[in-house]
Write a protein that binds this ligand. Structure first.
Ligand code: CP3
Length: 345
């Protein structure tokens, strides 16, 4: 990996650092009134992510408020569906919806034979705009969803937490599921290469629903495809952060080619770090619900989280899952301040 001046990248590379870097999952989002205003101006969430000027504007919003250590591209893991010509829409309080989910061979046959990554060129424009705004003052994280996690939405058609259709496809029509996973993998390889070409400084792979799978299934339906993406992209100079909402089962991450693992709130940072032979940096874990509590408790939890990682470098402070719309932006300000102050002592 190339040397970097950025604290985030240095930490992921286990270089000596003066303090723990921090950024926030979903840092540009509904808890910020300025985000809501820009989203309304864009005519909704999809309008916002497809508008490179406004998507850049909301990417920069949390950075104007807080001294965070990274920007993250404002987009969504599901935009990859543009390459499959599947119409993605979002409904308030419902989330993502595909009106024609993939359930049968003929659903799959109806999709284009050739995947055209230029359908996602609006993302490249957003990246260019953000890079111009940042002037290399901070790194920019690009991202994709894991093929498995994206497939849960393509097959279910929405955010159901039951996963009925994909689970039955796993047993009743494994061949179809594999074809879907291969298609998403193929599209993701092109899409990652575009993000890297346009200048993202790190890449995060969201395998949010990897934890639904048993150990063997986890390798066969999720990890295997991610390994394929990592080994097929020009990503050797770009650190890769892998995120899963699952509880441990992280053994197979050792040889996957990732540099950092993002973990949810059930896990312990130091334990996961040790179990990965202290070679893969760790990120996340702070429970977003704590941001609803008063400042003394937030401070206590910041101290506890920092103490759970008693090593010099290799910890990126973050939440265990995305910040929720009900959080008071002042609490985030306090969190960032505390992490900067306490970790530099
Ligand atoms: O973190 C960031 O600031 C970058 C932008 C980002 C979004 N989604 C914007 C978003 C990122 C990295 C994602 C990832 C994503 N999207 C994941 C993986 C991470 C995770 O949360 O586990 C998943 C599963 C999705 C799919 C998705 N997008 C769902 C299920 C929903 C609805 C539920 C929800 O959390 O709001 C979204 C909507 C979404 N993606 C919003 C934002 C800011 C809210 C949309 C709005 O403003 O109306």
């Amino acid at each position: 990996m190339n040397p970097s001046k950025h604290l985030l990248i240095k930490t992921i590379n286990h270089e000596k650092v003066d303090r723990t870097p921090i950024w926030i999952m979903r840092q540009a989002g509904r808890y910020l009134p300025e985000y809501i205003r820009t989203k309304n101006k864009a005519g909704g969430f999809m309008g916002l992510i497809r508008n490179p000027e406004l998507a850049c504007e909301v990417t920069m919003q949390p950075l104007a408020r807080y001294p965070l250590d990274s920007a993250i591209l404002f987009s969504d893991i599901l935009v990859v569906a543009d390459m499959f010509e599947m119409n993605l829409r979002f409904e308030d309080k419902v989330g993502p919806i595909f009106d024609n989910p993939l359930r049968t061979e003929s659903d799959l046959r109806a999709l284009p034979n050739e995947l055209d990554v230029s359908k996602l060129s609006y993302v490249n424009e957003t990246i260019k705009n953000i890079k111009t705004e940042l002037k290399d003052s901070l790194p920019l994280i690009g991202f994709i969803g894991s093929p498995w996690t994206v497939a849960t939405y393509l097959v279910e058609g929405n955010s159901t937490k039951k996963f009925t259709h994909i689970k039955s496809m796993m047993t009743a029509n494994q061949n179809l599921l594999e074809k879907i996973l291969q298609m998403v993998t193929k599209g993701s390889i092109d899409y990652v290469n575009e993000q890297i070409k346009h200048g993202v400084d790190a890449l995060m792979i969201f395998d949010t629903w990897g934890g639904l799978l048993s150990k063997d299934e986890y390798y066969n339906f999720s990890i295997k495809y991610i390994e394929n993406i990592i080994s097929s992209t020009n990503s050797s100079h770009v650190p890769i952060i892998y995120y899963s909402r699952s509880k441990s089962n992280f053994d197979m991450l050792k040889n996957m080619g990732i540099d950092c693992v993002g973990i949810s709130s059930e896990n312990n940072l130091g334990d996961i770090y040790q179990s990965l032979d202290k070679k893969i940096a760790v990120q996340g874990n702070f429970n977003p619900d704590i941001l609803r509590e008063d400042k003394s408790l937030i401070k206590k939890e910041v101290i506890r989280t920092l103490e759970s990682f008693p090593y010099e470098s290799g910890h990126v402070f973050n939440l265990g899952s995305g910040i929720t719309p009900d959080i008071d932006p002042d609490k985030v300000s306090f969190l960032v301040e505390q992490v900067r102050e306490i970790s530099s002592k």
